[in-house]
Design a protein around this ligand. Structure first.
Ligand SMILES: Cc1cc2nc3c(=O)[nH]c(=O)nc-3n(C[C@H](O)[C@H](O)[C@H](O)COP(=O)(O)O)c2cc1C
Length: 172
């Protein structure tokens, strides 16, 4: 799949087959994450790789009933690390750049997942303290998003988007 095909193919999947992911696929996803840009190249985020079913269940509980999360063989949890970004960027690093860094990394991961023929959904609706407890991190990290990843067990219609003419504001 070329890049534009990957972007067109990606969609949120909320049902997963009971099938593991190959270690090589996971490695490609992780290496793609590590190519993502970040403010000052500080990589102000941490990635938690969850394969433990009890932890997947705890992640599902941190959301408002998104139980499909437990069907996935793994999840990647992206946490902003404000202290890393603060070193160079102070308050802007703490409140903005580390969150952007984690977000971009998650977006790269999602596209890599699609390119490999796998599926995911961006999960952002969760209790941050419950996610911290699930993955065993303290208040120094801020969970930003997580991706349950696996083989799709559904083929939903693609969601529509705003018209470009409405979305894009040309300043000429
Ligand atoms: C910041 C953010 C938070 C989201 N949180 C959730 C979530 O908690 N649960 C979920 O099922 N989908 C979540 N989504 C996925 C969106 O619902 C989805 O991307 C959107 O409806 C467009 O559909 P598509 O991804 O299939 O194109 C989230 C997406 C983003 C970017």
């Amino acid at each position: 799949m070329d890049f534009f095909e990957v972007v067109k193919t990606r969609q949120s999947i909320r049902a997963f087959q009971d099938k593991a992911i190959e270690p090589e696929q996971l490695q490609q996803i992780l290496e793609t994450i590590n190519r993502a840009p970040s403010a000052g190249n500080l990589q102000g985020y941490e990635v938690y790789l969850v394969t433990n079913h009890a932890v997947l269940q705890a992640l599902a509980r941190s959301t408002n009933g998104q139980d499909f999360i437990t069907q996935a063989p793994l999840a990647l949890v992206f946490c902003a690390n404000p202290a890393r970004s603060a070193k160079k960027y102070g308050q802007r690093g703490t409140t903005l750049y580390c969150v952007q860094d984690a977000t971009i990394a998650c977006a790269y991961a999602q596209l890599a997942v699609t390119a490999l023929g796998l599926a995911s959904v961006w999960v952002g609706a969760f209790n941050e303290d419950a996610v911290r407890a699930a993955i065993g991190v303290g208040p120094d990290l801020r969970p930003v998003a997580f991706l349950p990843i696996g083989y799709a067990a559904e083929t939903p219609e693609h969601r529509s988007r705003r018209a470009l003419a409405e979305l894009v504001h040309r300043i000429e």
